[in-house]
Design a binder for this molecule. Sequence first.
Ligand SMILES: [Zn+2]
Ligand SMILES: [Zn+2]
Length: 113
Amino acid sequence: MKFCQKCGGLMVPKDLGGKTVLVCIKCGNTIEVGEKSPSPYKTTITVEHSSREKTIVLSSKEVKGLPVTKDVVCPKCGWREAYYWVVQTRAADEPSTRFFKCMKCSHVWREYE
Ligand SMILES: [Zn+2]
Ligand SMILES: [Zn+2]
């Protein structure tokens, strides 16, 4: 519950053109409600390549929500299930590269065409 900073009246939520504002029931003072915090299910993963592109670093360890493929074999431990995502490399006319992250040992590797 929020109270008006001007008069101390009760602020009630009101829909204003798609966004929610709080309106004081006493003086009509309105304040905007901040953006809702992003969904906890949103996955943001940044892939960084080393200069030699041999090491792939996942800056986020959050892999929940990524699709899973069973068409691959982990080159490290031989496990056959991996999360995967697609990264567009460099120029837009180059084919995008699929990356995999082993569900067993967390090894990350890229698909070579
Ligand atoms: Zn007020
Ligand atoms: Zn593995």
